[in-house]
Design a protein around this ligand. Structure first.
Ligand code: URA
Length: 218
């Protein structure tokens, strides 16, 4: 199965565009040229920057379990996100010996960072032409559908809609001519912060499985 990767030039451009922000590393999107679906997350975290592979931390385990539940593996899907570098903020942590040390914490990417890496996600979508895009959390959803889109309202619904791409000339996100199938669901890490989300997230994945088996027509 052939694997798709953006060009080195585009990756370098992305690194340059985001260099002035508090981010580190660059994790390439990864997956087959013709995936069953494309997953669009938020941004890599500490683990992913270390391994160089998307969703390899705790959220990754949760996501892989959801995929397995619908008969898919990592190799079957294209995994990417709104931003390909890890946004961080400095914070303090008390060690076991009581010492206070500074460390980096993950944070959500901001609008400028999302714009900096927008050409990467746009190119991945153009090149892979995924039959279905599953957005994970509000960041991925809003990047593609707009700021008004809210995960709490839209999760678990199959949308057929134009998506947003970054237009450098006008300095704005514009809508594509073509429509895409988008299925929003929660970010896999959301269940760690809000366990009541698990019920909704699991129901979304069950529905997604039925959609892929053509058992639901929306
Ligand atoms: N969240 C994401 O959106 N991507 C990762 O790779 C890890 C966590």
């Amino acid at each position: 199965m052939s694997v798709y990767r953006i060009s080195q030039e585009l990756a370098e451009l992305g690194k340059k565009r985001i260099a002035d922000f508090a981010v580190e590393g660059f994790v390439w999107g990864s997956g087959p040229q013709s995936p069953a679906l494309m997953l669009v997350g938020e941004a890599p975290g500490e683990n992913e920057v270390e391994t160089g592979i998307p969703f390899t931390g705790r959220a990754g385990k949760e996501l892989m379990a959801s995929l397995e539940g619908i008969g898919l593996e990592r190799e079957d899907v294209y995994i990417t996100s709104a931003v390909r570098s890890r946004p961080y903020k400095w914070g303090e942590k008390r060690t076991r010996s009581g010492e206070v040390v500074k460390r980096k914490y993950n944070r959500a990417p901001n609008k400028k960072e999302i714009i900096a890496h927008a050409p990467i996600l746009d190119e991945e979508i153009r090149a892979v032409k995924p039959p279905l895009i599953v957005t994970l959390g509000n960041i991925g959803l809003q990047r593609l559908v707009g700021r008004e889109a809210k995960i709490m309202q839209l999760h678990g619904t199959l949308m057929e809609t134009p998506i947003l791409y970054w237009d450098e000339d006008s300095g704005a996100f514009l809508e594509t001519q073509e429509s895409y199938h988008i299925f929003p669901t929660f970010h896999p890490a959301s269940v760690f912060y809000n366990p009541s989300v698990r019920e909704y997230k699991d129901a979304d994945w069950e529905k997604l499985g039925r959609l892929l088996r053509n058992e639901v027509n929306e």
